[in-house]
Ligand binder design. Structure first.
Ligand code: BES
Ligand code: MN
Ligand code: ZN
Length: 502
């Protein structure tokens, strides 16, 4: 889909979209179009008492006599004082979905500012474009027989606004964000026979073209470093593990630079559970058990693509968790890079083992100013929060508050869950320093986070458990069903808001 920003003008073809504020207050563009359409909009509103202009409402007038457009779409915008950038992202997404289904090939959307509106007009126009891009994502690479009338139809979206140059400028970083999100969604959507540690590492390596430094550690290198926790998970698979280290140094290396921001991702390219094998039903979902790593890879790509003035490092631990004659057994004791020994009582609690070594390596080598990990870590977080919010754990209240706010701004919401000594006692092992599961099923996500915290050494740290939000079974305004890339825009926003140099 081609997106462009143009001066407001009366559309002569395709779909014409104009906004309507709550209580059916027409925007200036809607008034002009109504005049050109001989009052068709006013008549449609009078005939549709349940259309009120509330946020999310759409009303279509097909084939008006005048002007020569194929359809007019009235888009409810809600109250001006509530129309923030997220409102326009969601509108862009909803419009893209409707237009792509309709067979329409071109559309023009008018975006006007209104008194009291929190989003400036160029930002609103750019946000609408971003929403349309995000919602238009599809993973259809393997569909060889899809009939043309099932494919998305929209080819060109023109956004009419008083300051098209300013809108185009505001769109630049957003377009890069949309590209990074789509890249991450592709990685997450690919099946386990296509994306496994070596091929996912190769995908990460493509970030070099954006200016990211990429290093790939193989199994001997990890053995040398003492990463017995990660390697124990990997040993059942015929696919060798990888650890990928990505660096973006957008703030330079001057003296007095604080340590980098660090992002660590769980990259289990397929999780069978290992010897503690999972049930067959639904196991195919475990192809996306590498979503945390895909978000970290996409984030590093985005920071480089938009030349973010920040130093950041991404570390992803890539393994496949398989049962086999070489697989790790329940009860095995492994030694992590930190020196702590771990009793592996359940081989399906593997993400925390991978992260233990990836996080330790990251802190040991980079001395980051803060560290955030992302992982599809526990089924329990789905029980607790469902699919609309990810679990947040943090040892630092300021970092937690910043993450929650960033999530709200981009529609990737978090809910903080506790960390506390009492839960930590539940993973004391009789045979080793720590065990990878507690004895019962209670508070599974908290227990997993406590395990991770044993591998945090004195840095502000946050853990996002994205097991419930990495994949969606239904469409949302800016996220079609499937891989979401949840966390990518959130972390980009966090960085832009708090950690970039002027
Ligand atoms: N990858 C899973 C968690 C998961 C479950 C993600 C469902 C997405 C959807 C993780 O490796 C796992 O298996 N966790 C176990 C931990 C348990 C053995 C303590 C779980 O949640 O059941
Ligand atoms: Mn597992
Ligand atoms: Zn897993």
């Amino acid at each position: 889909m081609k997106i462009g920003f143009v001066k407001p003008d009366l559309p002569r073809a395709g779909a014409a979209v104009v906004g309507v504020w709550e209580d059916c207050v027409l925007t200036p563009a809607a008034r002009r179009l109504d005049e050109a359409a001989d009052g068709a909009i006013a008549r449609a509103l009078a005939a549709t008492p349940r259309f009120n202009g509330k946020k999310g409402e759409l009303l279509e007038i097909v084939a008006p006599a005048r002007p020569p457009v194929s359809r007019i779409i009235l888009a409810g915008l809600g109250k001006p004082e509530k129309a923030d950038t997220r409102t326009f992202e969601e509108l862009g997404g909803a419009l893209a979905a409707q237009l792509n289904r309709s067979g329409e090939r071109e559309a023009t959307v008018a975006v006007d500012a209104a008194p009291g509106m929190p989003a400036a007009a160029p930002e609103a126009a750019a946000a609408l474009a971003l929403g349309a891009e995000l919602r238009s994502y599809r993973f259809d690479r393997y569909k060889t027989k899809e009939p043309p009338d099932k494919k998305p139809s929209l080819e060109a979206l023109a956004i009419g606004t008083d300051e098209p140059e300013a809108a185009a400028r505001a769109y630049q970083p957003r377009q890069k964000a949309a590209e990074a999100v789509c890249f991450t969604r592709d990685l997450v959507s690919e099946p386990g026979n296509v994306i496994y540690p070596e091929t996912l590492a190769a995908q990460a390596q493509t970030l070099e073209k954006f200016g990211v430094t990429v290093e790939i550690l193989d199994e001997p290198a990890m053995r040398q470093l003492g990463m017995g926790a990660l390697l124990g998970v990997a040993q059942g698979s015929a696919k060798p593990p990888r650890l990928v280290v990505m660096q973006w140094r957008g703030a330079g290396d001057g003296p007095g630079q604080p340590g980098p921001l660090a992002f660590v991702g769980k990259g289990v390219t397929f999780d069978t559970g290992g010897i503690s094998i999972k049930p067959a039903a639904g196991m195919g979902e475990m192809k996306w058990d590498m979503a945390g790593s895909a978000v970290v890879i996409g984030l590093m790509r985005l920071l480089a693509a938009r030349r973010a003035r920040v130093n950041a490092v991404g570390v992803v631990g890539l393994v496949e968790n398989m049962p086999s004659g070489t697989a790790q057994r329940p009860g095995d004791i492994v030694k992590s890079m930190s020196g702590q020994t771990i009793e592996v009582l359940n081989t399906d609690a593997e993400g925390r083992l991978v992260l233990a070594d990836a996080m330790w390596y990251c802190q040991d080598r980079f001395k980051p100013r803060l560290m955030i990990d992302l992982a599809t870590l526990t089924g329990a977080v789905i029980v607790a929060l469902g699919h609309y919010r990810a679990g947040l754990f943090a040892n630092d209240d300021e970092l937690a508050a910043r993450l929650v706010a960033a999530g709200q701004a981009v529609g990737e919401e978090l809910w903080r869950l506790p960390l506390a000594e009492a839960y930590d006692r539940d993973i004391d092992s009789d045979a080793a320093d720590v065990k990878n599961i507690a004895s019962g099923r209670a508070a599974g996500s908290v227990v997993a986070a406590q395990f991770l915290q044993r591998f945090v050494k004195g840095v502000p740290w946050a853990h996002l458990d994205i097991a419930g939000t990495a994949w969606s079974s239904k469409d949302a305004p800016t996220v079609p069903k499937g891989a979401t890339a949840f966390g990518l825009r959130l972390l980009d926003r966090l960085i832009a808001e708090h950690y970039e140099e002027a």
